[in-house]
Structures are given as C-alpha cells and as structure tokens.
Design a protein around this ligand. Structure first.
Ligand code: HEC
Ligand code: HEC
Length: 362
C-alpha cells in the first residue's frame, strides 16, 4: 500500500513503511465546526468573556482560564490541575490549544466535541461547582452579556441558555489554534523548516519507534483508548487527591476501596477491559506543556521517551503495540527534537478582558 504523505516527505524507505496504514499530516487551516454552531466574530467575542469569567463558578473564584491558562500555553504546568477551592484535582490539565481539532475530549475521551465538553467543568463539584440554571440567572443580570448574547444569537428570542453559553465558549476555543510549527511548514513543502535531527526524529516516530501507531493524523492522535501502563504517581495518595478520585469512582458506581489510582476509561465505562485505558493525546505543542500523562508523572519529554523505550509500563493488560525499542542515545535525542518541531512559531495569546459588572454594580 502506497503512502502519499511518506512519498511527499521523500523518505519512502523500508523503515518508514513499517506502519504503512498510519500517517502524520499538517493541520488544515481551520478546525471543523458543527453545523449548528458556525463561528462568528460576535460569538467568539462573547465566548472570550465567558472563558475568563470566574462568575461561572460557584464562589466566583475559578474560570476556564484558571486551569487552561494562556500564560501556560493554555494548559497548566503543574502535576495535577488546579481545582475548586477546598479540593485537589486528580488529573493533569490538558491544553485547549488545538483541542478544536480533537473529536473526543478528556484524558479518557468520554465526551465528544467542544460544546458538550464545556458543560462539564461548570457543574463539576471539584472544578467550577455551579449549576447550569444558577449560571443562567447570573448571566441575565450582567447587562453587557445580555447585549452580547443578542448579537451572538440574533435569531433567538431568549438567547441566554446553557446551550448558547457553551456554543460561544466553543467558538472562542476554535480560534485558539495554530498550525505554523516547523513540522507543518516542512510538510507543506519548506524542506528547510526542520533540522536534520528533527527529520531523523520524524523517521523514527513513523518507523522504528512506532509512535505513529497511536499518535497519527493531523493532530497526532488516533482518538482511541490504549493501555500504556503509565506508572502511578505517588501524589495520587495525597488525601485530598484521593478524595476527588474516590468521589469520581463512587459516582461511577464502582468501589473506592478497591481502587488506589486513576484507571481512566474504566471510571467512565465500568468496562474491566478498559482498566488503565486513556485516549491518545495530541502531541502538538507538547514541549510547552509539561508535566506529562494523565497524572503528570513524567517531568520531561526525556522521561516520556525513556518510558516508551522500555516498552511502556508494567501492567498485565498493556497494549500489544508497545514493546522495547532499543533506541540509541542519538535516536532518543532525535525523537525529542522532532517532538519539539511540533511547537508552533506563534502561540495564540489573549489578554484577560475587563469583565462587565452585574446590574447596579460599578
Ligand atoms: C478546575 C480546573 C478546570 C477548570 C475550571 C476547567 N477545566 Fe477544562 N479540564 C481540566 C482538567 C483537569 C481536564 C482533564 C480532565 C479529565 O480528563 O477528566 C480538562 C479538560 C478539558 C478539555 C479537553 C481537552 C482535551 O484535549 O481532551 C477542554 C476542551 C477543556 N477542559 C475546556 C474547558 C473549558 C471551556 C472550561 C470552562 C468552561 C474548563 N475547561 C474549565 C481542568 C479544568
Ligand atoms: C499504544 C498507543 C501509543 C503508542 C504506540 C505511543 N503512545 Fe504516546 N500516548 C498514548 C496514550 C494513551 C497516552 C496517554 C497515557 C496516559 O496519560 O496515561 C500517551 C501520551 C504521550 C505523551 C504525553 C502527552 C501529554 O500531553 O502529557 C507523549 C509526549 C507521548 N505519548 C509520546 C509518544 C512517543 C514519542 C511515542 C513513540 C515512542 C508514543 N507516544 C507512542 C498512546 C501511545
């Protein structure tokens, strides 16, 4: 089977062909958008305000930007995400940069699309802790928002609804994208955009190291669940972290007494075959978003590469796609250089807007 992307790369070698059905690609100019939520400037502007507004949380402390921070490449560079005051989160906060290109959301892929995703943190008791209905009542008392919702949804009589809140936020997220990484430029024909080392890393990525088996397509994810055996992070035993995890486990109808770590998609599906399964994350801009994995257990890309070099973690049900790689020191460095070539030259940045007051407030 002939692989067009590989021919275009000029590395149509036997190594590159070891995974002939998988490819990596440059990102298209615009992310896809659902037919019922076309992006408009008015929606994006409203979504920006809502994204930064902590009044979308119970005690007015926490906005989307608290955990997906423009100053941290739209993620948060700490092991576990921030959480609603009084709690600790049990998962690392992924970046929303280029999330618009993902089909499934969250570390366990449990939700489809940005709109559905945005509903979840608002009412999560350990994230923003605000019921959707109370949120709507609050927004109705912010005159500037009333005006902005009318402009963003001009055909609707009563536009301030949960559905429209998440449509606006999703429209904003669809503007937090970038596709000018050395890899994208290289794939679009600028053969000088990547260094020799990065090109060698790309060959390893799609060849000997086998990364492309899971990290493929334009966003470097197959959108599927895999068990890689990422080791437990000792910090998962922290009392407040364990409380949050136990809450999630119990809500899922499982028994916290039998579970001492994050088992990923098992929590959202109760399927024992998915114990420890997580969705392949995108690798775009990954150099900017340490620490790594759902539990932030690896501090550097070197540690991640070492993990894969050993053939992944030590669990019984591990993916058959992982095996010891026997990479030389040079090869490990080339692989890392390639991952760094996935960093955009211009990372979108948005200043926190000045938030409008409630009615009767200054
Ligand atoms: C208190 C921290 C926190 C807040 C507030 C928060 N998030 Fe998140 N977000 C997370 C964490 C942690 C995850 C991963 C959780 C998981 O996988 O279970 C996540 C996942 C996501 C993802 C999925 C990314 C991917 O590639 O899978 C998106 C998109 C996202 N959040 C957007 C938002 C938006 C929009 C808001 C505001 C409405 C928001 N988040 C509020 C912590 C937070
Ligand atoms: C069997 C599928 C599979 C293969 C093969 C694979 N990965 Fe992954 N990768 C995953 C999954 C699933 C995760 C998330 C695991 C978790 O959080 O527990 C991940 C996470 C990562 C992360 C962390 C991303 C982040 O934002 O925290 C990096 C970096 C990474 N992989 C690089 C690689 C490299 C380099 C290779 C090749 C040596 C590779 N992967 C091979 C499935 C795979």
């Amino acid at each position: 089977m002939v692989n067009k992307a590989l021919i275009a790369l000029g590395i149509f070698s036997s190594i590159a062909l070891s995974f002939p059905t998988y490819t990596v690609k440059p990102l298209p100019d615009k992310p896809p958008e659902p037919p019922d939520n076309p992006t408009t400037p008015e929606k994006v502007e409203l979504g920006k305000f809502l994204y930064f507004d902590p009044r979308l949380s119970g005690d007015g402390s926490t906005s989307c930007a608290t955990c997906h921070d423009p100053n941290h490449a739209w993620g948060k560079r700490q092991v576990f995400s921030p959480a609603y005051p009084g709690n600790k989160h049990f998962r690392n906060s992924p970046t929303i940069l280029n999330a618009a290109y993902n089909l499934f959301m969250f570390w366990d892929g449990r939700t489809k699309g940005l709109e559905e995703q945005a509903k979840k943190p608002i009412e999560s008791p350990f994230e923003m802790n605000l019921t959707h209905d109370l949120m709507v009542e609050r927004i109705k008392k912010i005159p500037k928002y009333v005006e902005m919702f009318k402009k963003a949804f001009p055909d609707e009589e009563d536009p301030i609804t949960v559905e429209n809140v998440v449509k606006a936020i999703a429209a904003f997220e669809r503007t937090i994208v970038c596709n000018d990484s050395p890899f994208d430029l290289y794939m679009r024909g600028d053969k000088t955009a990547m260094t020799e080392k990065q090109i060698k890393g790309l060959q390893l990525f799609i060849g000997k190291a086998g990364c492309v088996q899971c990290h493929n397509g334009p966003n470097f994810t197959d959108e599927k669940l895999h068990i890689t055996g990422v080791p437990k992070n000792k910090l998962e035993d922290d009392t407040l972290v364990a409380i949050t995890r136990n809450f999630v486990v119990r809500t899922a109808g499982l028994n916290p007494k039998e579970i001492d770590r994050d088992l990923g998609a098992y929590f959202s599906t109760k399927d024992p075959k998915l114990k420890g399964a997580f969705k392949t994350p995108s690798l775009r801009n990954v150099a900017l978003t340490p620490p790594y994995m759902h539990n932030g257990v690896f501090k550097t890309l070197d540690e991640v590469i070492e993990f894969y070099n050993k053939g992944g973690g030590d669990v019984e049900n591990k993916s058959p796609l992982l095996r010891p790689l026997n990479l030389t020191q040079d090869e490990k460095e080339a692989l890392k250089a390639f991952l760094e070539a996935l960093t955009c030259k211009t990372i979108p940045y948005v200043e926190e807007p000045e938030l409008p007051p409630y009615e009767g407030e200054e």
